[in-house]
Write a protein that binds this ligand. Sequence first.
Ligand code: UN1
Length: 513
Amino acid sequence: MTTNIQSILDQLGVKANNAAFSTGSSWGGDANAESLESFSPVDGKLIASTKVATTGDYQQVIETAQVAFADWRTVPAPKRGDIVRQFGDALRANKEALGTLVSYEMGKSLQEGFGEVQEMIDICDFAVGLSRQLYGLTMHSERPNHRMYEQWHPLGIVGIISAFNFPVAVWSWNAALALVCGNVCIWKPSEKTPLTAVACQHIIAQVLKENEVAEGVCSLILGDRTVGEVMTNDSRVPLISATGSTRMGKEVAATVGARLGKTLLELGGNNAIIISEHADLDMSLIGAVFGAVGTAGQRCTSTRRLIIQESVYDVFKEKLVKAYDQLRIGDPLDQNNHVGPLIDKDAVTAYLDSIQKCKTEGGNFVVEGGVLTGDHYSSGYYVKPCIAEVKNDFKIVQHETFAPILYLIKYKTLDEAIALQNGVPQGLSSAIMTLNLREAELFLSAKGSDCGIANVNIGTSGAEIGGAFGGEKETGGGRESGSDAWRAYMRRQTNTINYSNTLPLAQGIKFDL
Ligand code: UN1
């Protein structure tokens, strides 16, 4: 690897120290606390270590955030938007360094690392415009000389729990919107990717400092799931926005629901592309292969299933096998490679386990998987993207494995294909490849895909930030990022104002004294 990671860490202000939390410019942490070490999946080397936050650290963060909210909510929204605009500019200046660190700490290809930072810049731009558009409706009152309208106020502290696979972008979707809406944020990143989080915290803290924003508006707390559990249990945090597995999401939903808090959940996907006999097969190939092997199959939007019409099944399978043959797997910082490593040893075990289960259930591997060994693959986390012919009702096919395993399923009629596509517990992303208008519209209709995202002639991954992002069923129902997702970060207040000389009651009720 030619990239000098040390100079990137220096540029981003990431040092090996005792940091376990930050409330902005100030950092803290107990030197005696447990270490949180970040190893690169690229070469297995220790990049740097931080500390796990203690309960005392958490208290300090939450109390600082509460004080900060009292002021931040009074800053005019367009002014808050201007600060987010400056954050976007700071990300532009650091795009190369941060994108490279994302690639090195998480393992995705450098192009995808840059893409992830671009996604952060895009959401900042979106949030700036939004800061002048937090619209409420006005209604006509049934009573004379009364006015009714609704307005949106910030919630308070937004707790953001993010996953390793998009270690910085998903935080920024939440933070950029939460901030323009007048909330303060506490971010608990994945314990697998603490350093990219530390880098982001430095970038945003600098912008906040230049604008004389108090400590506590944007905080970071490092640690394992224990820290996350303390936060989800805390009624001082009205909204928990969590990204991760369905198992984790169910726990968060139960804990936050028990205290009647709000959640925004973005959980597992089991995304399929339907490839019709009317598809442009060359275009479909790019969508399918990028969807299945991009980020080594570790996106929640990764393509896990291809549902292929029987008349094009063999020819498309052949194209896939050829394309997989040409995939270059290796150091993701080397732009010649398409696929980097999985995140860690557990991910490799889950990948091997799923392949085994698939075989036991009768899956036929047309491209075999396996762990790659040798000098180029020193971390031990590099695996071969593989393809298996399966039945949709195999147990393993119903399950989301965060790895590059692609399942092929054959269909006869489009109704059958849609039933297969919907026939899994998850409901995040879906796509159809067809040049036939009737097929495309049926897929998008109420009788079509049951997912939060449904595309035509585009794969399942790589959504733009402008649309609402999230899905149904076991994906959790939350919507982040674009469209009107901002409403999840605010509370709605209905206001009725009487400017008459009497006090008429609604519904015509008479009550005279
Ligand atoms: C995720 O995997 O959690 O649509 C987010 C995509 C990206 C975001 C994925 N824009 O693939």
